[in-house]
Design a protein around this ligand. Sequence first.
Ligand code: AHG
Ligand code: MN
Ligand code: MN
Length: 336
Amino acid sequence: MSRTTLSRYLIEQTRSHDTPADLRFLVEVVARACKAISHAVSKGALGGVLGSMETENVQGEVQKKLDVMSNEILLEANEWGGTLAGMASEEMDKPYQIPGRFPKGAYLLMFDPLDGSSNIDVNVSVGTIFSVLRCPGECFSQNDALGEDAFLQPGTQQVAAGYAIYGPQTMLVLTLGNGVKGFTLDRELGSFVLTHENIRVPESTAEFAINMSNQRHWEAPVKRYVEELLAGETGPLEKNYNMRWIASMVADVHRILTRGGIFMYPRDAREPSKPGKLRLMYEANPMSMLIEQAGGAATNGTQRIMDIQPQSLHERVAVFLGSKQEVERVTAYHKA
Ligand code: AHG
Ligand code: MN
Ligand code: MN
């Protein structure tokens, strides 16, 4: 049986959808870095990779060793290939400049190097999320340092988005803007192999994901919606819902891409100045592109996430994504 590896899929995309060769190379390199991260994650205590550093990232979160290692793996893999004008990451305050000794390219890469870091030490799935934008204008040909402004483009401008999930299997889930494909890492072969040809989110669902411990801090529309979900078949929605919360967005979104559901991380009253916990540029936007490409929807409660004009690199956003009917319902409650 001939198997479609990621490399072969990308070459076919170049033929059928004019995917530029440099974008193809960029995705290959990100995938290679994800293989290295997968390897490090899977070693666990044997590799001495568990536990925390003594540092905090720009968001004031304690960094895990694997947060820092994954960030370094992605930077080192991607800095020399000539496809990028710069990178930005959850773990770095400012954009990463491509060192002067390497060529620059037309794209910008953003990532959450290790998503779900609270799950590392308890052996639960974690992942890497990435988003690719074009560098506006001729910014890659300029000698000046690349500023934050180049990255501040709405999610609709993404040319590729995806994640790797490090779970029972390591998978890469990818969109180049024409559907969503899933690749499973064949460890003997060392390649990602196409195993999920056409990932679609079912339109309706009976499963939801939210951190219920924050219930008392939510805004009224979210309280109303979740109360209705919990009321089950005796409530206005007239069916019973199941709940799952893994606390790794990658794993929760992967489940939704597999069997449907709605994922919510609303803004809440704990930190009123912040519109939610998740980050727009390297969590919400790439996941929204995947979900929309799979036939689902993604909003911040009032507006499509991918239409938001970002104001800063580490901006936060409320997230409602997944099966269309449910996302539309909770979004409508915000407008009621
Ligand atoms: P990160 O590990 O990159 O900081 O992201 C964690 C995020 C996301 O993956 C998850 O959905 C959410 O935080 C979980 O938050 P709670 O711990 O508040 O449930
Ligand atoms: Mn994250
Ligand atoms: Mn992270």
